[in-house]
Ligand binder design. Structure first.
Ligand code: 6YU
Length: 532
């Protein structure tokens, strides 16, 4: 809904967000006047949360709007790359839970960005509990295939424990307990009943499943993920699906109604000064001033910060002035933000069967019940749980994608492409039992931890934190007074039940936009009443 004040004023004013000329110690503007002036909003970050906030504000009449983005592109952790006749995704890959309650799915369907299969009612109703369907082939480190019946039984058992970990009673839960600890306890209770012939394989399988869980949760170890709030994360039904035109096609569509100059690229925000009185080039006084690394400054009534939790952890102390209240900085410290990287390899010919969807690796001798001694240089590959066969080979060729989380993932970032390629070739030769397996013809890997404007992959609720920390992170500052909501916070890590996902990020951007829309509607109503 376009508000009347916005329509009138915006047609009269040529609005630009110009650098500040001076700062003055002027009186704060009265509420009524504030309601009559179109607010100036700056959004820091052009990931899916930032563009969703911009879209919601713009389509509700907020046209004094700028998105400041540090890199040269929109999308952030959604990053697609043209590959062959199609696309590969280096960040987000699936719509988790593509069903009517998922706003990413809603938009993707509305914009016709999905394959027809993804739109069927049958696919929308599937319950996968946030996990991909069963692995199609499982190899052990001696190059032998493991029986799919054994794999299915252990996976089912593991899934039932994971479900239990999501349903622990909050009242009886020790805040120091972890999901990893809970599952290990279940394994320890079961292992005595297993026959010695299969116990080692079962333990090795469970070790691999926990490594996969680390990728899903974006953590080095499931021992770091808090047990008590684990069940707060909400899974939506639907068979996870991908974007044939790349995930970025969604971001481009959301952005499309915005005027071309809304997003300013290569504009790294250095500091956000709030609770101040800054004079804009229009002689008005603004409470917030944003300083960029290149020396430009922008004044605003409100700034929506959408940078990753990794960036907040790294820069919280200098990013805001005055600094954030202690409870907010504490929440930033407490919550977890880890690394999950992708290694994508193209093969001239597939060595897997045409119907194979995934390849699982099982390291013999590994067990969740023993603490491994890690020699990072030779053992980093042991963290790799398996490979996903990428869809649409007719467009992109024969591609396998693996995920690797935690310290080993960060170590991988320090290696050269050639070193990663030779480790991956050796790994695949060992597990397939084929010493002559041709190496991949191309390898692309991500380095999300080294990315200066991300510093990791996504958030989790770490031991020592709780869902309350997520809510605290999402609170605007100040939250009250004559000029509330000067700095607002969006981004995946601020969504209590959908953290770590694109739909959580999108909803968080809309949430902060709605906060401002509601505030100005309220002020507008007060102003209209005062005229009666
Ligand atoms: C999903 C998926 N997915 C794989 C990998 C990654 C992630 N996710 P952004 O960071 O995007 O935007 C901020 C912007 O700010 C950015 O452009 C910066 O450049 C900019 N910026 C920073 N500093 C700045 C400054 N100073 N000045 C100006 N600008 C600045 N999600 O739904 N499906 O398949 C995957 C996956 C390798 C890295 C994913 C997936 C996560 C999403 O990508 C991510 O949440 C959003 O894109 C974030 O958007 P944003 O706008 O908030 O920030 C039980 C329980 C389990 C819990 N987990 C279960 C779900 C697991 C998630 N799935 C992971 C799987 C994959 C493969």
């Amino acid at each position: 809904m376009m508000m009347l004040w916005a329509r009138l004023l915006l047609t009269l004013l040529s609005l630009s967000l110009l650098p500040t000329t001076s700062c003055g110690d002027m009186e704060s503007l009265p509420g009524k006047y504030e309601a009559r002036r179109p607010p100036t909003v700056i959004i820091v970050g052009s990931g899916i949360s930032g563009v969703s906030a911009a879209h919601r504000l713009y389509t509700n009449g907020f046209q004094r709007l700028r998105v400041l983005e540090a890199t040269g592109r929109s999308g952030g952790r959604i990053r697609s790359q043209a590959y062959g006749k199609g696309f590969i995704d280096l960040g987000a890959q699936w719509i988790h839970g593509p069903s009517p309650d998922n706003p990413v799915y809603q938009l993707a369907s509305q914009y016709s960005l999905l394959d027809p299969d993804a739109l069927t009612k049958e696919n929308q109703d599937v319950e996968v509990d946030g996990h991909l369907p069963l692995f199609s082939i499982t190899y052990n480190s001696s190059g032998k295939r493991i029986s799919q019946t054994l794999v299915a039984n252990i996976t089912e058992l593991y899934s039932s424990w994971l479900k239990q970990s999501q349903n622990v009673s909050k009242e009886q839960c020790d805040p120091k307990s972890s999901v990893g600890g809970f599952i290990k306890q279940k394994i320890a209770g079961k292992v005595k009943a297993w026959d010695t012939a299969t116990a080692d394989t079962k333990l090795a399988l469970l070790h691999g499943l926990l490594n996969l869980e680390c990728c899903i949760s974006g953590t080095h170890s499931m021992d770091y993920v808090a047990l008590c709030p684990y069940g707060e994360y909400r899974m939506l039904p639907g068979l996870d699906c991908t974007f044939p035109g790349g995930y970025e096609s969604l971001v481009n569509q959301i952005k499309s109604p915005l005027p071309n100059d809304t997003v300013l690229f290569n504009k790294t925000v250095k500091t956000i000064q709030w609770n101040g009185t800054f004079q804009g080039s229009d002689s008005r006084i603004y409470p917030v001033q944003v300083q960029c690394e290149d020396g430009d400054t922008f004044v605003a009534d409100h700034v929506i910060v959408t940078v990753s939790l990794g960036i907040l952890k790294e820069r919280a102390s200098s990013f805001l002035s005055p600094p954030l209240p202690v409870h907010k900085t504490q929440a930033i410290q407490n919550l977890g933000f880890g690394t999950n990287n992708k290694i994508i390899m193209e093969f001239k010919e597939p060595f897997w069967d045409p119907d194979c969807r995934t390849i699982q690796l099982v390291w013999e001798g590994e067990s969740p019940l023993t603490e491994p001694k890690i020699n990072m240089k030779q053992d980093w590959v042991k963290k790799i749980p398996g490979f996903v066969v990428l869809e649409r080979p007719e467009k992109i060729g024969h591609l396998l994608c693996t995920f690797i989380a935690g310290d080993e993932s960060e170590y991988m970032e320090t290696l050269t492409d050639d070193e990663v390629l030779s480790s991956m070739t050796a790994l695949l030769r060992q597990f397939t039992g084929n010493p002559n397996l041709p190496p991949p013809i191309r390898l692309i890997r991500t380095r999300w931890s080294s990315e200066p404007y991300t510093r990791g992959s996504y958030s989790h609720v770490a031991v020592g934190s709780s869902g309350r920390d997520v809510d605290i992170l999402a609170e605007p500052v100040p939250n009250y007074g004559a000029k509330p909501f000067q700095v607002l916070f969006a981004g995946e890590a601020t969504h209590r039940t959908f953290y770590s996902t694109t739909h959580g990020a999108l909803l968080s951007g809309r949430r902060e936009a709605e906060r401002l829309i509601a505030r100005y509607q309220e002020l507008d109503e007060l102003h209209n009443k005062s005229k009666l």
